[in-house]
Ligand binder design. Structure first.
Ligand code: SAM
Ligand code: SF4
Length: 446
């Protein structure tokens, strides 16, 4: 069972809540429909928290919320992020690394993957710039994933800078992680504005863990789960979901113990149908369907019942009567949820992918780097390009100077818009997916 242990770090977090004076390290030009309108100044992170907006009464808060809702409704959603089936994409998942400290059977090919040369990977200013561009167009949720996102050295400054986009409309900053080193970084992530953790754990048995991930680390993952639950108890507003890929002959006997984690704990366990990706030796025989999982759980908990979810949920949510936690099923293989898809993905090498199961991609990185002779944009280069844009707005540059974010931003939005418009109504079916060329999951970012 997951246990709750109080920790000094959590107490420190509570004591310091709202007192931090973190400066957003990067300034960026924000746009409205592709037109540069303003620059940010460094922010005190705590000032950006919705909850810290000074307000004297419930009535005042309500009226502020009503005004915000009215403004939102009056503003049409970005045409660039709306596809031909009228799906509005307000959720961006960014893979921030292709590295990982585990080797899960269903994700990483047995022989590993050759790592790409570092200059092919997006830099922190590039990730921040793209995040702000998407937020300017109406993205309200960003999830960082990988590979394993916590192995990226500068994940904390990156999260703090993305967290500063709350003042521009970002509402949720989430992370998908294997939990191996999450507990060490969680406090700072919560300070940065982390609102959700999807933690992958396929077994509650330390030996089976080693089989499924080809590495040790079970205790560290449990420590991370404990820490998230502990912080929630202390008031942190972080949703916890546990992702469990179910494979026949490996972990289907653990369905019920996983459901029982939610007896007293406020968490959602999501069982994922095993999906085919490049090099993962998928076969239909190894996949356990959603319906079969429900049937297995009902042998012990016949009252397991569907409960309402949210409009864009990827999972079907269930609950056992009397349990605090919930159970979700991600049914990409037997019951797709394409109709309400609101997700876009950026791979760690800067390609936009409009569908997890589609193999069409378009490079945003190459276009972004055209202003930097094709080279990665580090913070120095980022500031140089920004200066050009500021000078342009101040009328200090001749009109024909095309370098700078303004024109480039328009090009990026057009490329993004065209890719979104090409998004298919649905992804291919099981038979086709099995034989389709796609990147290994570790190179997509789940
Ligand atoms: N390393 C992080 C983790 O494991 O949570 C983030 C990246 S991982 C690729 C994202 C999610 O994809 C994980 O929840 C993982 O279980 C899921 N995943 C990977 N390969 C999968 C597969 N073949 N079928 C279903 N889910 C898969
Ligand atoms: Fe690494 Fe996550 Fe893939 Fe496992 S699922 S190998 S932890 S990226």
């Amino acid at each position: 069972m997951v246990s709750i242990r109080p920790s000094q770090a959590a107490a420190r977090w509570i004591a310091g809540r709202g007192k931090h004076n973190l400066q957003c390290p990067i300034t960026v030009l924000y746009t409205t429909r592709g037109i540069v309108t303003s620059t940010t100044t460094p922010h005190n992170i705590s000032q950006l928290q919705e909850s810290s907006v000074p307000s004297n009464s419930v009535a005042e808060r309500r009226s502020l919320q009503e005004r915000k809702d009215a403004i939102k409704q009056a503003k049409p959603f970005s045409e660039f992020l709306t596809d031909s089936f009228n799906r509005e994409h307000d959720y961006l998942r960014i893979s921030i690394t292709e590295r990982c400290n585990l080797r899960c059977l269903y994700c990483m090919p047995e022989e590993g993957i050759p790592l790409s040369p570092p200059p092919t990977q997006l830099t922190t200013p590039e990730i921040f710039y793209l995040s702000s561009l998407f937020v300017s167009q109406g993205v309200t949720k960003i999830r960082l994933t990988g590979g394993e996102p916590t192995v990226r050295r500068d994940i904390l400054p990156l999260m703090h800078s993305i967290g500063s986009l709350r003042s521009k409309g970002l509402k949720e900053l989430a992370l998908t992680t294997n939990g191996i080193s999450l507990y060490r970084k969680l406090d700072s992530m919560v300070e940065a504005g982390l609102t959700g953790v999807n933690l992958s754990l396929d077994t509650l048995d330390p030996f089976q863990f080693q089989i499924m991930t080809r590495r040790k680390g079970f205790d560290a993952v449990m420590k991370s789960i404990d820490r998230v639950l502990e912080m929630k108890k202390l008031g942190a507003n972080v949703k916890l979901k546990i992702n469990c890929v179910v494979m026949r002959g490996l972990n289907e006997r653990e369905l019920i113990p996983f459901v029982e984690l939610g007896r007293e704990q406020d968490l959602e366990v999501r069982f994922i149908e095993y999906m085919p990706f490049g090099g993962n030796k998928w076969s239909q025989k190894k996949m356990i369907s959603f319906q079969e999982m429900v049937d297995i759980i009902r042998t012990k908990y016949p009252g397991l019942a569907r409960i309402p979810g949210h409009k864009n949920d990827t999972s079907k949510t269930y609950q056992v009567p009397g349990f605090v936690g919930k159970v979700g099923f991600i049914t990409s293989m037997t019951n797709d949820f394409c109709g309400t898809c609101n997700r876009l993905r950026i791979t760690s090498d800067g390609n936009l992918k409009v569908c997890l199961h589609g193999n069409t991609e378009v490079s945003l990185r190459d276009l972004l780097r055209e202003d930097n002779n094709g080279q990665p944009i580090d913070e120095e280069a980022f500031e140089r390009i920004q200066k050009i844009e500021t000078d342009r707005r101040d009328g200090l540059l001749p009109d024909e100077t095309i370098i700078g974010w303004g024109p480039r931003e328009q090009q990026l939005l057009e490329v993004i818009g065209a890719a979104v418009k090409r998004k298919q109504e649905k992804h291919a079916g099981m038979g086709e997916l099995e034989n389709m060329q796609n990147r290994p999951m570790i190179l997509i970012g789940g």
